[in-house]
Design a protein. Structure first.
Length: 125
């Protein structure tokens, strides 16, 4: 039996029909979760400071193959630990000027679908 995943939209947009906060479901719900897990820093969530990644801190290191491997490893680790609804297929990290283009390819376990999330990570001062 396929489960239905449903999460609130963290932009807190209002649904014009119901007047409630919009929700994401299934694929969009998981995409949103993957993005949040990668982009949120450790200790940023008040109730769960242990959830997050150190990807943003890595962006201030010198560009090298070791850095790209560290970014991949950090992303894989946080997703394997906190997103049980997916199996990670591949993560690619490419330099784009002073930023990094990251593609996360995964399979949604209960829906038996493949999907991906594209992120552009850049230094924020």
């Amino acid at each position: 039996m396929n489960r239905l995943y449903k999460d609130i939209n963290l932009n807190f947009n209002i649904d014009p029909v119901t007047g409630d906060i919009e929700t994401h479901s299934d694929i969009e719900s998981i995409k949103s979760s993957v993005k949040q897990l990668v982009l949120v820093n450790l200790y940023e969530r008040v109730m769960h400071p242990e959830i997050g990644s150190q990807v943003n801190g890595l962006l201030f290191e010198n560009d090298s193959m070791h850095l790209k491997l560290a970014v991949k490893s950090t992303i894989r680790s946080v997703l394997e630990q906190y997103e049980p609804r997916i199996d990670i297929l591949d993560i690619t990290v490419n330099s784009v000027q002073s930023s990094y283009s990251v593609n996360i390819y995964y399979s949604i376990i209960d829906l038996q679908l493949d999907s991906n999330v594209e992120l552009l990570l850049s230094r924020v001062r």
